[in-house]
Ligand binder design. Structure first.
Ligand code: ZN
Length: 53
């Protein structure tokens, strides 16, 4: 049993500050709101599951 790991990256537009998912970036990295091309990678909050036996 292997759980699907969500390796989705998040990008934040440095211009308008909008956070865009990597799955929403179809035609390269570009802000869908202001169409700015400079986005910075941000790390999504990783929730680690504690193994409970
Ligand atoms: Zn933007």
């Amino acid at each position: 049993m292997s759980s699907a790991e969500e390796a989705e990256l998040l990008y934040q537009c440095v211009r308008c500050g909008a956070i865009v998912k990597s799955s929403e970036l179809e035609l390269g990295i570009r802000c869908p709101y202001c169409r700015y091309r400079v986005l910075r990678k941000i790390r999504p909050p990783v929730v680690k599951r504690v193994q409970a036996r």
